[in-house]
Design a protein around this ligand. Structure first.
Ligand SMILES: Nc1ncnc2c1ncn2[C@@H]1O[C@H](COP(=O)(O)OP(=O)(O)O)[C@@H](O)[C@H]1O
Ligand SMILES: C[C@@](O)(CCOP(=O)(O)O)CC(=O)O
Ligand SMILES: [Mg+2]
Length: 319
C-alpha cells in the first residue's frame, strides 16, 4: 500500500511579516505543488527526493538524520513531524517538489502539509483540513521559531484567501486569475532568518516599526476591498506602498528591487516582494500587460504566470 498526498505552494499578495504580529494578510495557492509518497519501510525510516537530489536515513527518536546524498535543509520539517506525530515505525517518504525552494512560495508549508496528510492517512487516523492546518502551523512554528498560520492554511485549503486579525480565513470568490506574474532569482531567502531579523529591528525600534506593521495591516484591508471590487490598478498601487514598507523592514535585496522596478517598467500596475524576502520572489499585478511583464522578468530571471489553485491538500491511497 502506498499513500500519495499533495499540497500547493502559495504567493502572498499583501501582509507578509506583519501577519506574524497578528495583522491580516491576503495569499493565494499556486499551481505548484509538493507531493509526498509514503509507504512502509523494512528497517529504518528513509526520506528522499529526486527533485532536490537528496537521500537521508532518519532517527526520529534522536531527531537526527544520516545524510547519504544532497543538502536536505527541508528535512527539519519532516523530522519534526515524525518526532511529534509518528510512533517511529520505519516508513519511506519520497518528495517531489515543483515549488522552487526558499523562494517565498511556501515550499516548507507545502511539504509540511502534504507530509502530515500522508502520515495521518497511513496511520488510519481521523482528520480533517482544519486539523492538518493546525498541526502544520505548529510544525512550522517549532522549526522556524516563529511562523504565522498563513502559509500552512493556504496550502491546506487552497484558493485566494484573506486571513483576518482574529485568524479566520475567508475565500475570495472573485477571479483574478490572469493578472499576476511571479519573478524569482536563484538567490534563496530563509524565512526563519528574515522573520528573526524583522523581530530584532522591531525590538530595537518599537515606536517606529510597530506603526509600519499596523500600516501594512491597513493596506491589506484596503486591498481586500479592491479585490472584491476588481480594482486591479488600485491593487497595484497598494502593492507599491506595501513594497516600500517591506523595504523599510530590511527584507529587500538588490535582486528583488531590480525585479520590482523591471516589472513596473514593463507595465505592471504594482509589484512587491512576496514571502519573507532576503532573496526569493516578487509578485507583479498586471491587469493589462501580463505577457510583457512575464517576458521582461524571464529575460534574466525565472517567471511564472500565476494561476491560483482552488485545490488545497489532497490525499489518496494506492493498493
Ligand atoms: N537545496 C535544498 N534542499 C533541501 N532543502 C533546502 C534547500 N535549500 C534550502 N532548503 C531548506 O528549505 C526550507 C525552505 O523554507 P523557507 O525558508 O520557509 O522558504 P519557502 O517556504 O518560501 O520555500 C528551509 O528550511 C531551507 O533550509
Ligand atoms: C514572512 C512570513 O510572513 C511569510 C513567509 O513566507 P515564505 O516562507 O517566505 O514563503 C512569515 C510567516 O507568515 O510565517
Ligand atoms: Mg516557508
Amino acid at each position: 500500500m502506498e499513500i500519495i498526498a499533495s499540497a500547493p505552494g502559495k504567493t502572498i499578495l499583501f501582509g507578509e511579516h506583519a501577519v506574524v504580529y497578528g495583522e491580516p494578510a491576503i495569499a493565494g495557492a499556486v499551481n505548484k505543488r509538493a507531493t509526498i509518497r509514503l509507504k512502509e519501510a523494512s528497517d529504518v525510516s528513509i526520506f528522499k527526493s529526486n527533485d532536490l537530489g537528496f537521500e537521508a536515513e532518519l532517527d526520529t527518536v534522536a531527531k537526527r538524520y544520516r545524510l547519504k546524498k544532497g543538502k536536505p535543509g527541508i528535512i527539519k520539517y519532516i523530522l519534526e513531524i515524525l518526532h511529534k506525530c509518528h510512533d517511529h515505525s520505519p516508513i519511506e517518504l519520497d518528495l517531489s517538489l515543483d515549488i522552487p525552494i526558499g523562494s517565498g512560495l511556501g515550499s516548507s508549508a507545502a511539504v509540511t502539509v502534504a507530509t502530515l496528510a500522508a502520515l495521518f492517512k497511513y496511520q488510519r487516523k481521523k482528520f480533517n483540513k482544519s486539523f492538518i492546518a493546525k498541526k502544520a502551523h505548529e510544525i512550522e512554528n517549532n522549526v522556524q521559531g516563529v511562523a504565522s498560520p498563513l502559509d500552512t492554511r493556504v496550502s491546506t485549503f487552497g484558493g485566494l484567501i484573506y486571513l483576518s486579525k482574529d485568524k479566520k480565513i475567508s475565500k475570495f470568490d472573485t477571479n483574478l486569475k490572469s493578472s499576476f506574474v511571479i519573478g524569482y532569482t536563484s538567490k534563496r531567502g530563509n524565512t526563519g532568518r528574515m522573520v528573526k531579523s524583522v523581530k530584532s529591528l522591531k525590538n530595537r525600534n518599537p515606536m517606529v516599526v510597530n506603526p509600519i506593521i499596523k500600516t501594512i495591516g491597513k493596506i491589506t484591508d484596503e486591498a481586500k476591498i479592491a479585490i472584491i471590487k476588481k480594482q486591479e490598478f488600485k491593487l497595484g498601487e497598494l502593492m507599491n506602498i506595501n513594497q516600500g514598507l517591506l523595504d523599510s523592514l530590511g527584507v529587500n535585496t538588490n535582486e528583488l528591487s531590480r525585479m520590482v522596478y523591471l516589472a513596473r517598467k514593463a507595465g505592471a500596475s504594482g509589484s512587491k516582494i512576496t514571502g519573507a524576502g532576503g532573496g526569493g520572489s516578487i509578485i507583479a499585478c498586471c491587469p493589462r500587460n501580463q505577457d510583457r511583464v512575464f517576458k521582461a522578468l524571464s529575460y534574466h530571471d525565472n517567471a511564472i504566470k500565476v494561476n491560483f489553485s482552488n485545490r488545497g491538500v489532497f490525499v489518496k491511497e494506492i493498493r
